[in-house]
Design a protein around this ligand. Sequence first.
Ligand code: PGA
Length: 254
Amino acid sequence: MGRKKIIAGNWKMNKTPEESRQLAMQLVAEIGGFNACDIVVCPTYTGLEAVRNAIAGATNIHLGAQNLHQEKNGAFTGEISASMLVGTGCTYVIIGHSERRQYFGENDALVNQKTKSALAAGLKPIVCVGETLDVRESGGTEKLVREQVRQGLAGLTEAQLASTVLAYEPVWAIGTGKVATPAQAQEVHLWIRSELAACFGEAVATGFRIQYGGSVKSDNAAELLNQPDIDGALVGGASLDAAGFAAIIKKGCA
Ligand code: PGA
C-alpha cells in the first residue's frame, strides 16, 4: 500500500479562540467527510480546545500543536508539555519549524529531545527541516538537510519512526510566495528518503511520509503533491482560509 498523504495547516500566531472555532467549523463544513488523506489543523495553544470541540464529529480532521517543551513538567514558565497537549486532544505536534529555529534558537539537538518527548507521550511529531537561501545558493542544501534529518530523528525506534512525519520547508519559500518548483522539492525529498534509508533501512524510508511546505496554494498543490516522494503539505498562510485550505486538500489528494 502506498503512503497515505497528510496535509497540515499551521495557523501560526493567528486567531483568537473564537476565530479559531469559526475557522474549524468552516473546515468541517468544507471537508468533514473527505477521507482520501489525513488532515491536521494546528491552532495556537489557546485555540486548541475550541478547535477540538469544533472538529469532534469529523474523524478525518486531527488536532495538532505548533510546539511543545521537551520536559515533562517543572519550573519552565510559559511552556507547555507533551502530556498537556495530549490532555487537550492533540494527536500531532509540529517540531523545529524554521521560525522556531530562527527566532527561538532551536537546533537539531533540541528538536531531537522534543521529538522524543512527543513520541513518549503518544503524539505524532511533524519534524521540520529546510535550508535558508544562503545555504541553497552556496550549494549546501543536501548536506544540511541530511544532517537535520539524521540529528532530528537520532535514536528513534522503528515504531516511533512509523508515527513520525517530516516536513521539508525551504526557508526562502515560507510566507514569501516563492514556491520551490516541483522538481526542486522532489530532489530534496529524495535526498531525505535516501538519508532515512541510510540511517534506518529501506523499509522505514519507504513508509515514511514527507510533507512539502512553503507557499503551498490551491493552484500549485496538485503539481507538488503529484511528485513521487512528496506525501503531503504543511500549509501556513493559505490554511487560514477554509475554502482555500479545502481546495489544497482536494487538489493535492485527488
Ligand atoms: P506558508 O508557511 O505556507 O505561509 O509559506 C508554511 C509554513 O511555515 O509551514
